[in-house]
Design a protein around this ligand. Sequence first.
Ligand SMILES: [Zn+2]
Length: 174
Amino acid sequence: MSIAVTCPKCRGKFELPRHPGERPIRCPLGGHFLQVPSHDSSDTGIQIGNSLQGVPVEDPDKPPHRPAPPRSPFPVQPLVIVLLGVLLLLLALSGSFNLWFLANPRGHFHGAEEARRAEELARQQAEQAKIAAQQAQFLEQQAKQREATLQQRVRELERQVEGLKMELDEAKGK
Ligand SMILES: [Zn+2]
């Protein structure tokens, strides 16, 4: 069943052997691209007489009579966009990584540093313990010396007491 179609651009009327459906067709009179609205939907197509008015559409595959814009061999624009996206992503990642790094000074990236610090701390503690031991030894020696002098003093006092007792006995005997 052939259908009559009116081109929306040049108003030219032509016939199609059957309805092309959603597929855009080309006007045989002016080379315009158009879509033919369905037969029964009066809201999408305007009926002119007994022909369906086409809806102008974008050229789907660049006809040869229309000079195509010069194409670069590579899709530069999408590439640039993708690269920019990757760059932004990297920036965001490095930024958040830096934040994480600063927020987690005890992260596993500091493991070696931590070990080094712990070793240093242990070494310092060992040194302090050694100094403390030396001090304790010194104090012990001092205490021993003091004890010795005190014992000596006690013995002296005992002797004095002995002497005084003897003097007292002598005085009693008289
Ligand atoms: Zn036309």
